[in-house]
Design a protein around this ligand. Structure first.
Ligand SMILES: NC(=O)c1ccc[n+]([C@@H]2O[C@H](COP(=O)([O-])OP(=O)(O)OC[C@H]3O[C@@H](n4cnc5c(N)ncnc54)[C@H](O)[C@@H]3O)[C@@H](O)[C@H]2O)c1
Length: 334
């Protein structure tokens, strides 16, 4: 399923290494898990299945033998987090509730899972002597600032409880790295896409939502004039950044690092392109009123990722879009 060839990129670095992926049954976590399995690591996945699905392991679980352990449980349960983290060198902390509008409706629930859950992971990690925690941060930290490209030194302006949760966790990771004998890093993901991303949520990401509409022979819906642009990043690049961060020889000290492609694509271009790819060019986009809080342009400066991690995207947008659309066709049409 991955396009990137992990052994050529990461060699023997993870052979026999014990790791924990929280939220590993979800979209991003399952791809990190898959790469680690391919690289010979032992992976424990801790996921409460509130959003994930163990079917996400189907394409690679046969290759894992006894190296993949799935634990259904919550990061809110300190005992289960402590147990699953035992003996791990690295933690890839992906578990979270991820809907911006959902966080506006249920701010306390989001705080509990996203912030208290992260404290539980950090507490378990320091007690267990984990080397480094990689945290799934978000470009939502930049709020609706119109300044592009987004550089990590910019002020954070969270506009939703979800964004505030992510910023709070970035601070916690930095504080833990500075206070205890544990290293940590926050990777600020931009607009991630790829196979296994949920198309069925009311707040599905745009590529998933367009695929769902097109395969149902409906017109994709665009909020606003569609000239807004996004820095879309194929999943393999997110996985690559996480693996590079784990391998980094110098201390990352709780640094916050943008992970994106540094390229912007307009939502109109995306809709036209996907309609052509699915052989439905007549399904032109339907434009609705702009949504409050949507930013016009989002584009990352990835200089810091390159300097600290040696990160460069390994799969470009076009190359990543093809298997993504094919995956939605198989999943939605059969
Ligand atoms: N997809 C994106 O574009 C994007 C962008 C920025 C940041 N992120 C972050 O990346 C991470 C992964 O996102 P994703 O897109 O794969 O979402 P996802 O919903 O597919 O994955 C999240 C996983 O966390 C699990 N989970 C939720 N609450 C839990 C709990 N209490 N205990 C254990 N597991 C729990 C869910 O069941 C799910 O499997 C999240 O932290 C998200 O905020 C995603």
């Amino acid at each position: 399923m991955p396009i990137a060839h992990w052994p050529s990129l990461h060699g023997e670095s993870f052979q026999g290494v014990r790791t924990l992926v929280t939220g590993g049954a979800g979209f991003i976590g399952s791809h990190i898990t898959e790469a680690l399995i391919e690289l010979g690591a032992y992976v424990t996945v801790l996921d409460d299945l509130s959003g994930g699905d163990p079917a996400n392991f189907d394409t690679f679980k046969a290759d894992a033998d006894d190296r993949l352990r799935f634990v259904q449980g919550s990061i809110l349960d300190q005992t289960v987090v402590n147990k699953t983290i035992e003996g791990c060198a690295y933690v890839f902390h992906q578990a979270a509730l991820g809907s911006v509008p959902g966080s506006v409706d249920q701010p306390r629930k989001y705080h509990d899972v996203n912030v208290t859950g992260t404290v539980n992971v950090l507490e378990a990690a320091r007690a267990a002597g984990v080397q480094r925690v990689m945290f799934a941060a978000s470009a939502a930290a930049y709020g609706d600032s119109e300044v592009v490209p987004k550089v990590e030194t910019m002020e954070v302006t969270p506009k939703s409880p979800y964004a505030a949760n992510k910023v709070a966790c970035e601070s916690l990771l930095r504080a833990y790295a500075n206070s205890y004998d544990i290293d940590a890093v926050s990777l600020r993901y931009f607009n991630v896409f790829g196979p296994r991303q949920n198309a069925n949520s009311a707040y599905a990401a745009v590529i998933a939502a367009f695929a769902k509409a097109l395969f149902a022979n409906e017109h994709p819906k665009i909020y606003g004039d569609g000239e807004q642009s996004r820095d879309f990043i194929f999943i393999d690049n997110i996985v690559h950044a996480n693996l590079l961060a784990a391998r980094c020889e110098s201390s990352l000290n709780g640094e916050v690092i943008n992970i994106a492609c540094g390229q912007r694509i307009s939502v109109n271009d995306l809709a036209t392109h996907m309609a052509a790819m699915t052989a439905r060019p007549h399904l032109t986009a339907e434009h609705l009123d702009i949504r409050v809080g949507d930013v016009k342009h989002s584009l990352a400066d990835v200089t810091k990722a390159k300097a600290l991690l040696g990160y460069e995207p390994v799969v470009d947008f076009e190359t990543g879009l093809k298997p993504t659309v094919e995956w939605y066709e198989a999943a939605l049409v059969g």
